[in-house]
Design a binder for this molecule. Sequence first.
Ligand code: FAD
Ligand code: SF4
Length: 355
Amino acid sequence: MPSDKVLVIGGGPGGLEATRCLADLGVGVVLVERRNALGGMPIQASYAALTHDFADAEEVMNKMIADIDNRSEVSMRLGQEVTACEGEAGNFSVTLTGSGNGSAEKVEAGSIIVSTGFDHFDPGRETQMYGYYEFDDVITIADAEKMLKADKFVRPSNGQAPERVCFIQCVGSRDRRLGNEYCSKVCCGIASKQSIEVRQKVPSAKVFIFYIDMRMYGFWEQEIYWPAQEKHRVNYIRGIVTEILKKGDRLIVRGEDTTMGRPMEVEMDIVVLSVGMEPSAGTKAVSKLLGISQDRFGFIETPHGSLDTVATSNPGIFVAGAAAGPKDLDDTISMAGAAAAKAAAFVRRGVGAGV
Ligand SMILES: Cc1cc2nc3c(=O)[nH]c(=O)nc-3n(C[C@H](O)[C@H](O)[C@H](O)COP(=O)(O)OP(=O)(O)OC[C@H]3O[C@@H](n4cnc5c(N)ncnc54)[C@H](O)[C@@H]3O)c2cc1C
Ligand code: SF4
């Protein structure tokens, strides 16, 4: 007997939106999240403010969680992971195992939505030219979110307000040596957003962004990039940073100003590395368990082209959000709605399985 339930794996923005849409359509959902809390990376990594309105990240995610809380259609499994999957589209039998206690449960589902998200690139994996693990004042955009959330954007080395802050773009992305040739899509916008926040919190600080080229469009360009330059006086410098060194209690950023075509050496108090997005460990593990194909970077493939952006290589299994590649919230939420519609159509009428 086919199951009319959908299993959603991952309780971040993508999984929460897919769950809400399915519940609104009257479809039963089992939502499984490996951590003991919902909200995905914005909660796990303590992000401060989210676009569009620089809204408090916790408030935004709590609103999404409230939208699925106590819904008769939704059954939640926190602190659990998928450890096995048998059967096929319409009749999946999935084993969930408690992350802490090892307890196991079988769940029957007609369709599955994978929304297991991303991890931040670890700058320690790169050659040590940025000195992330060497110098306290070299941080990542994820570290910057934590500091902005705590309303304490100060130099980690001495607790003082910074006078000069710079962002280095494309760390761990667009880098063939690392095997990450792809653009992480969000980090130009996020560095620009954080620059605005730094200028607001520490108005005396000068802020610079060193970029190869800035990649933004739509909202990010109109509402973040241009105001960052024109209203908040953030300095964008086209350049390549080759080395970060320590001089006294300051950092020296060395490289080339590629617009002027000359070497560059500037002092900074805080250097923020705009680390890219990589597939999460959960994304890689779940792909293998479900037998769905991944691209060469480990993100989940959507092999059916532009006309079906959520079906995976396995009928009845759909993907939403950053598990399928770097995404901002707008793209994650749109994809989750599409995945929910397809999964609902499949468990209700057996159509749209992605074959
Ligand atoms: C520093 C930074 C700031 C950002 N700020 C913004 C912003 O202001 N605006 C914006 O539009 N975007 C922003 N983004 C992007 C945004 O964070 C992502 O678009 C969003 O988090 C993607 O949601 P997701 O649900 O796909 O993945 P995630 O948020 O990664 O959630 C995935 C969830 O799946 C769970 N999971 C993983 N594996 C398993 C498993 N095996 N079993 C069960 N559960 C599992 C994880 O624990 C997690 O809860 C930012 C990104 C970064 C790096
Ligand atoms: S979004 Fe910007 S910083 Fe991020 S990888 Fe693409 S070009 Fe580089």
